[in-house]
Design a protein around this ligand. Structure first.
Ligand code: ADP
Ligand code: MG
Length: 152
């Protein structure tokens, strides 16, 4: 990974998966120019989600949030590129879809804060924590082993 590059953790939540928005979300990040370096589908365990959302554990919506995140499979991804954490958040929109501008993922595809289809790390530091929580190092690629640099 080049020094100037950073990584973020994105997760397409169960509603995004069930509504068939996986491809659209991946397409937006690909077209923007970011690199997908890790991806898997899983039914996230309660322990994993408790850890992931630990900062929100005292919020009144926490039990609902856990139930929502366990309502089906999620697509966990790691994306790499210059400024990907901040730009990723801009591409997601605001936490509440009602405050999200058209053109953002939440602004275009959802209406309810409790069903906002996608997670994205909010800082480089939390991205590092989240990536190590959801992925083993060997589940991530670097593209350095590509025999030819077709695009990158
Ligand atoms: N007031 C709320 N009511 C229900 N769910 C909420 C509320 N606020 C946040 N959430 C849920 O918790 C997730 C995590 O919250 P937060 O970290 O504040 O937002 P973000 O996902 O934009 O970083 C949100 O994406 C959303 O799914
Ligand atoms: Mg957050």
């Amino acid at each position: 990974m080049a020094e100037s590059e950073e990584r973020t953790f994105l997760a397409i939540k169960p509603d995004g998966v069930q509504r068939g928005i996986i491809g659209e979300i991946i397409k937006r990040f690909e077209m923007k120019g970011f690199k997908l370096v890790g991806m898997k589908m899983l039914e996230a365990s309660e322990d994993l989600l408790m850890e992931h959302y630990i900062d929100l554990k005292d919020r009144p919506f926490f039990p609902t949030l856990l139930k929502y995140m366990r309502s089906g499979p999620v697509v966990a991804m790691v994306w790499e590129g210059k400024g990907v954490v901040k730009t990723g958040r801009v591409m997601l929109g605001e936490t509440n879809p009602a405050d999200s501008k058209p053109g953002t993922i939440r602004g275009d595809f959802c209406i309810d804060v409790s069903k906002n289809i996608i997670h994205g790390s909010d800082s480089v530091e939390s991205a590092k924590k989240e990536i190590s929580l959801w992925f083993k190092p060997e589940e991530l690629v670097t593209y350095t082993s590509c025999a030819f640099s077709w695009l990158y």
